[in-house]
Design a protein around this ligand. Structure first.
Ligand code: 2PG
Ligand code: MG
Length: 415
């Protein structure tokens, strides 16, 4: 017989993220235990994402929580994830959580999942895997060693993220160690080679030297030499795109590229640096260029982030048009666990790789690590260094140590 549980109290509070920006955390209680989850926030957001906060910010989200949401949560069974997420949507009343904010709804939704996992005595990753019906797996860390674009100051590369991942780690520790080693070597190389650069970093802990994109990739490749490492990029092309001129504006270099030139540029980078992974190479409505890139490189992991924003229907559209081989899953992009799970299931159905991802503004909350394992993520994209990034790595290690017989390390061949 299914036991039923009840939320007995609920709280939402303002906290700060790794950028010092305000965000929100939610704590839910039952008679026996409690669960707390904090929401991260992104800077390069897709236009179809949930709106993170109401117009007056976190303070208004907390007010709305107190006034409208709390009484709907108290008495609710946290095991009924779908029902609880329906309540969030109903109270919000918009299609993108623009009234109560996607960060509030995500934190409530995730805290309910955590509470339910605790109450049913199930590891959180397994609870999520049960919700999704997807086989759990050990995700490889995909980490940002060099940053630019919206995550760094002027003069840094225009491309947002230069990423690495261990291609064939034999242990979980080695997987993280490999990325850390590339980051360490890269720091030495850059400080020696880039005049006047003192080692300043981007929002996610990657180095942010005043160099252009190709030079950045050259140094990353140099730092990775001799290690079994795959290379990737998050171009975050929507942040470069100017819809008026229909060009990609590489501001820091004074270069503009038409869609064709952008395609050729990406193609050249993939070929010259043997990239395995390219995220958001084109602006978020250009499914066709994504498809063309997939056709040009049959094994390249072309990944959609702003393109699909963790929405099932956009994942389906991208799959049907063969625009992607991977998708980013960020739960606060869509504002609740049920919709995140549905996007993952849609990806799984089409054989699309899941990349479960942090945001540039993070906290030390490690819910994401369980989500990555429970949604069978091939990758967890959560940075390499910095307390709020390493928190996710350490949680993966804890999961791995306790449950390794249930989780296989998948190899991802570097190109
Ligand atoms: C991205 C993310 C995280 P942000 O574009 O993939 O790396 O950035 O959180 O700023 O949207
Ligand atoms: Mg991205």
């Amino acid at each position: 017989m299914n036991q039923s549980f009840e939320i007995t109290d609920a709280d939402a509070s303002l906290i700060f993220d790794s950028r010092g920006s305000e965000t929100i955390e939610v704590e839910l209680w039952s008679e026996k235990t409690s669960a707390r989850v904090a929401a991260p926030s992104g800077k390069s957001r897709g236009s179809n994402e949930a709106v993170p906060f109401p117009p007056r910010g976190v303070v208004e989200a907390v007010e709305l929580f107190e006034r409208e949401l709390k009484r709907r949560l108290v008495g609710f069974d946290p095991v009924d994830q779908r029902g609880l997420d329906m309540v969030l949507k109903e109270v919000d009343g918009t299609s993108n959580f623009s009234r109560i904010g996607g960060n509030l709804s995500y934190a409530v939704s995730a805290a309910a999942a955590l509470l339910a996992a605790k109450l049913t005595d199930t590891p959180l990753w397994k609870y999520i895997s049960n919700l999704s019906g997807i086989k759990p797996s050990f995700p490889l860390p995909l980490g940002n060693v060099l940053g630019g674009g919206a995550h760094a100051a002027e003069g840094a590369p225009d491309i947002q993220e230069f990423l690495v991942f261990p291609a064939k780690p034999s242990t979980a520790e080695d997987a993280f160690r490999t990325n850390i080693e590339v980051h360490r070597r890269l720091g030495r190389v850059l400080i020696q080679s880039v005049g006047g650069y003192g080692g300043g970093k981007s929002d996610e802990g990657g180095y942010a030297p005043p160099i252009e994109d190709k030079t950045a990739l050259k140094y990353v490749a140099e730092a990775a030499r001799g290690l079994d490492v795959g290379l990737g990029l998050d171009v975050a092309a929507s942040t470069l795109y100017n819809p008026q001129t229909k060009t990609y504006v590489y501001r820091n270099r004074g270069v503009q590229r038409t869609t064709r030139e952008q395609f050729n540029f990406i193609q050249e980078l993939v070929e010259s640096y043997k990239l395995s992974y390219v995220e958001d190479p084109f602006e978020e409505t250009d499914f066709e260029s994504y498809s063309e890139l997939c056709r040009a490189f049959p094994s390249l992991l072309v990944c959609g982030d702003d393109l699909v924003v963790t929405r099932k229907e956009l994942v389906r559209k991208a799959a049907e048009r063969r625009s992607v081989r991977a998708v980013i899953l960020k739960p606060n992009q869509v504002g609740c666990i049920t919709d995140t799970v549905e996007a993952a299931v849609e990806a799984e159905r089409h054989g699309i790789v899941r990349v479960v991802s942090h945001r540039s503004g993070e906290t030390c909350d490690a819910f994401l690590s369980h989500l990555a394992v429970g949604l069978g993520g091939r990758f967890i994209k959560a940075g390499v260094v910095g307390g709020e990034r390493v928190a996710k790595a350490n949680e993966i290690l804890r999961i791995w140590r306790k449950h390794r017989s249930e989780l296989a390390i998948k190899e991802v061949a570097s190109a």
